[in-house]
Design a protein around this ligand. Structure first.
Ligand code: HEM
Ligand SMILES: [Cu+2]
Length: 540
């Protein structure tokens, strides 16, 4: 390691070169835009989390506890809408992807910096319209907006549909921007086979974003037209077909799961390498399985419709196609474990989240194969079994990766470190709290507890009480993270430029990076995460 490089940091960074509010609001710097997205998604997580706590408190007793049935319907709808579109979809790509992707490629920004800023404001406008709809009178259809009820529901669905429609443009623009950046902005020496796997993951995600999101846009607009103009597209009483809605909705919403999970897998790959001090086992297989998942993800939407009246044959095909995803996922899990095996493991907090991720993803994935089995799903459809399954994927896995990324790149983004012990305590609380919250829901579902119900029989109460207790642990864990990260922004010790000794390319730049990342293009003469050679000097 070059000691002079280790002690020197850029004097002028993206954080201190201009500090006025306007310099943030009008910035075209991908790093600042990434930070603004990060603030946006964390606020959304907080709001969605508050709604989740209200739901869990309501379910503490079999009868009415806290709120009315109608308020309960609104709460789970808003919780789902916020968690999916305001938090999960943009969380890793728009926040961390924006921050590190150009640096990993040796570029000084994304291909279209102005569009990048526009994407943030489009997200903000859509989010505000959605929140306006919530304050006005909320929506009670569930985040899936199923017709024909959604075409007649008296709640303020239209602003929420249009809010999500607008957010879709942000997703598409960001995807296009990343695709173009990967193709045109790579520094000399950055061959296709050298591209960091996080970038491959974001690239695969971007393709899904660009192809699938327009279908969601269309279906949301059609439901709005049906509500506003009485067009007869989905409502059978006007000659429409409600099942058509389900096809269009899931054609987007199944691949959307991969918009969430692929970037998460990209984060996991980076963190596994950094803390095993070893390059990834099977680079090509990981990159290829990313595209395998993205591709197969487009042909499995029918597994949400096993009881919609589609033929048994069709269901069988969709079931088998869905199971293929498990094979590609298993390839990745095998490669992560093989990377750690024989590596020199440094168990820091980001790696702890990775272990949580792998463990929970296996539960989520294996129950996924179970619900893709037509005969089993007929029993579990619309029960808590499904709620538990998708929370294992979305919260168990994706949220773990989000927290891994937050803790891994925090010193890179803000140049400060956070207290290690507190972060360990928070991580353990969250992983344990998660299991206590969602494991009982598999049992509840199997007992027949339907999804989206306000009341339940007495004998199910103990499982609901466990679940609510776990949720309180989760809330405590998140509170802890919020406190020590905010503390670290101001009082945390200044970080070394590369506190983890990582060989990821993004650590070529300073921490925090200079405004344009580099003064000259860094050298990509070695493989990413090559721990057999000394750390390359930083260039800023
Ligand atoms: C990133 C985190 C999360 C995501 C992405 C997420 C996503 C979702 C989604 C999509 C739904 C379906 C809504 C519907 O059925 O219409 C849902 C329902 C629900 N979630 Fe979450 N969720 C998250 C965290 C949590 C947490 C931490 C809790 C508990 C503390 C929780 C408790 C619930 C409950 C109780 C329901 C309603 C289930 C029902 O009645 O059908 N969620 N969540
Ligand atoms: Cu699906």
């Amino acid at each position: 390691m070059n000691p002079s490089a280790e002690s020197s940091q850029p004097a002028i960074t993206y954080l201190n070169h201009e500090t006025s509010v306007m310099s943030w609001l009008l910035t075209r710097d991908h790093k600042r835009i990434g930070v603004m997205f990060l603030v946006g998604v964390i606020f959304s997580l907080l709001l969605g989390g508050i709604f989740a706590m209200v739901l869990r408190l309501e379910l503490l007793t079999p009868g009415p506890t806290l709120i009315s049935p109608m308020t309960y319907n609104r709460m789970f709808t808003l919780h789902g809408v916020i968690m999916v579109w305001l938090f999960m979809i943009p969380a890793i790509p728009s926040a961390f992807g924006n921050f590190v992707l150009p640096i990993m490629l040796g570029a000084k920004d994304v291909a279209f910096p102005r569009l990048n800023l526009a994407s943030f404001y489009i997200y903000l406008a859509g989010a505000l319209l959605t929140v306006f709809g919530m304050l006005w009178s909320g929506a009670d259809t569930g985040w899936t907006f199923y017709t024909p009820y959604s075409t007649v529901s008296p709640s303020a669905l239209t602003p929420i549909l249009l809010g999500v429609f607008i957010i879709g443009f942000s997703t598409i623009i960001t995807g296009l921007n990343f695709i173009t950046t990967v193709h045109t902005m790579r520094a000399p020496g950055m061959h296709w086979t050298r591209i960091p796997l996080f970038v491959w993951a974001i690239y695969g995600t971007s393709v899904i974003q660009v192809v699938a999101t327009p279908v969601l846009g269309m279906v949301l607009l059609l439901v709005s037209m049906e509500r506003l103009l009485g067009a007869g597209i989905f409502d059978p009483s006007r000659g429409g077909d409600p099942v058509l809605f389900q096809h269009m909705f899931w054609f987007y919403s199944h691949p959307a799961v991969y918009i969430m999970v692929l970037p998460a897998m990209g984060v996991i790959t980076e963190v596994v390498c950094a803390f095993s001090r070893k390059n990834i086992f099977g680079y090509r297989m990981i990159a290829a399985s990313t595209f395998g998942i993205a591709f197969v993800g487009f042909f499995s939407w029918g597994h949400h419709m096993f009881v919609s009246g589609q033929s048994t044959f069709t269901s069988g095909i969709f079931g088998v196609l869905s199971m293929l995803v498990a094979i590609f996922t298993a390839i990745k899990i095998f490669n992560w474990v093989a990377t750690m095996y024989g590596g020199s493991i440094d168990l820091r907090v980001p790696l702890l989240y990775v272990l949580g991720f792998i463990f929970l993803l296996m539960f989520g994935g294996m129950t996924g194969v179970a619900v893709a089995t037509t005969s089993l799903d007929v029993h579990w459809h619309d029960t808590y079994f499904v709620v538990a399954h998708f929370h294992y994927i979305m919260v168990g896995a994706v949220l773990m990766a989000f927290l891994a990324a937050l803790h891994y790149w925090w010193p890179k983004m803000f140049g400060r470190v956070y207290p290690e012990r507190w972060s360990f305590l928070a991580a353990m609380t969250i992983i344990f709290g998660f299991i206590v919250t969602f494991l009982p829901q598999f049992l509840l579902g199997n007992l027949g507890m339907p999804r989206r119900y306000y009341q339940y029989p007495q004998e199910m109460q103990w499982l609901h009480v466990l679940s609510t207790a776990g949720a309180s642990l989760l809330a405590f864990g998140f509170g802890l993270i919020a406190v020590y990260l905010l503390w670290s922004l101001r009082y945390g010790p200044v970080s070394a430029p590369n506190p983890w000794g990582s060989r990821g390319y993004e650590w070529f730049s300073g921490s925090p990076p200079a405004p344009h990342n580099f003064t000259r293009a860094p050298s990509f003469e070695r493989e990413v995460h090559d721990y057999t050679v000394p750390e390359a000097p930083r260039v800023y």
